[in-house]
Ligand binder design. Structure first.
Ligand code: PLP
Length: 396
């Protein structure tokens, strides 16, 4: 069997072999509990965890004591929303977020709304960006938290994070960003961007699954949250439970690698993505981009093919792994709420495909993808009665 070309890097990324190598000792001989203070097994584990904390902090321009480890971005996001909501409830119960967040923000927001909080889900513009003016208008004296994703997982659009952070700080509102898709892909700096809380996930940046981190600002302002998980008091009492030492070491290594190759990787993957986009346009003709033309992750290409059902297209692409929507939604086969919030017409949503390039994507894979996808699209279009009708109309 031919290997399947992997272009679904927004859903998850493969483990970088160097990351695996860094983890191996902690899966075998160095099995100590990082909380064991009485022997070398514990000390070595703790030392490795603290090194990883510094590696994560460095990538974000943060202090290592501002990083806590979690099981991933879902847990980090839940910790922020529930933890700030409870801690700041005496100041207010209003939270602002957007309609295009990941399900773990949307559903936690809805849960809080059911518990007496007031949660505003802001719309986005046609390229998937939240408008700063609209956020400003939504701010109230009882607003405690603004949570806006850094980059969207379906279309890759990047939000005006620094501006949103500045606005939140003006109003004494904590600013959180779900940066699961952005960290390691584009520069992120918590100070320059006025970020108070940030969620990230290792498996979106060539690290292992089931590990992530949460950045919590310690000063200007000092952010306080109520913990979600209670117990042994690990992670400053904010996230109890025996630390996942191999996972943490892998996340640290993933951050180090991403940081040291970032600008070269942005240039390389942007060139590949533009080649893919141009190649598809040349072969197919009408191909429309979903997302922002420039404020977008270099890895993201979400496009709509007219007169094509993306599910039929994905089914034909047996040796290319792509997705018609985000992984968590595709199980339910619900049309993308992200594209709908951007005002994309239903027919165009049904013909949209997400290509997610990554660190291991090659030139040859892109050439093969252009050939295979354009052939499949043309076959599907030829079988579409609507397409035939339009072609004969055009000839008249
Ligand atoms: C993947 C993803 C998550 C969830 O992260 P997990 O670590 O898998 O829980 C949250 N937000 C965004 C934007 C994501 O892409």
């Amino acid at each position: 069997m031919q290997p399947i070309i992997y272009l679904d890097n927004h859903a998850t990324t493969p483990l970088d072999p160097t990351v695996l190598e860094s983890m191996m000792p902690f899966l075998t001989t160095e099995f100590g509990n990082a909380s064991s203070k009485s022997h070398a097994y514990g000390w070595k584990a703790e030392f490795a965890v603290e090194k990883a904390r510094e590696q994560v902090a460095r990538l974000l321009g943060a202090q290592s004591k501002e990083i806590i480890f979690t099981s991933g971005a879902t847990e980090s996001n839940n910790t922020v929303l529930l933890g700030v909501a409870e801690k700041a409830a005496d100041r207010g119960k209003h939270i602002i977020t957007t309609k295009i967040e990941h399900k773990c923000i949307l559903d936690t927001g809805k849960y809080l709304a059911s518990k007496g909080y007031d949660v505003t889900f802001l719309p986005v513009n046609s390229s998937g960006q939240v408008r700063v003016e609209e956020v400003k208008a939504a701010m109230r004296p009882d607003t405690i938290l603004l949570s806006v994703m850094f980059a969207n997982n379906e279309v890759g659009t990047i939000n005006p994070i620094a501006e949103l952070g500045a606005l939140a700080h003006e109003r004494n509102v904590f600013f959180h960003t779900d940066a699961a898709q952005a960290v390691g892909k584009v520069p992120v700096n918590v100070d320059a961007m006025n970020i108070d809380l940030l969620s990230l996930s290792a498996h979106k940046m060539y690290g292992p699954k089931g590990i992530g981190a949460l950045y919590i600002r310690r000063k200007n302002p000092q952010v306080e949250i109520t913990p979600l998980v209670h117990g042994g008091g690990q992670e400053l009492g904010l996230r109890s439970g025996t630390l996942n030492v191999p996972g943490i070491v892998g996340l640290g290594k993933a951050c180090e690698i991403a940081g040291s190759h970032m600008s070269a990787e942005i240039a390389r993957v942007t060139a590949l993505r533009e080649r893919l986009y141009r190649g598809l346009q040349e072969r197919i003709g009408e191909v429309s981009l979903n997302g922002h033309p420039t404020d977008r992750l270099p890895q993201s290409l979400n496009v709509a093919f007219p007169y094509v059902e993306s599910d039929s297209l994905v089914a034909r692409l047996t040796n290319i792994a792509v997705s018609s929507t985000s992984a968590c939604m595709s199980a339910a086969s619900i049309p993308s709420y992200v594209l709908a919030a951007m005002g994309v017409e239903p027919e165009r949503i049904h013909g949209s495909i997400r290509f997610g390039l990554g660190r291991f994507t090659t030139e040859e894979e892109i050439s093969y993808t252009i050939d295979t996808v354009s052939t499949a699209v043309k076959e599907l279009q030829a079988a579409s009665p609507l397409y035939q009708l339009r072609q004969s109309d055009a000839k008249k």
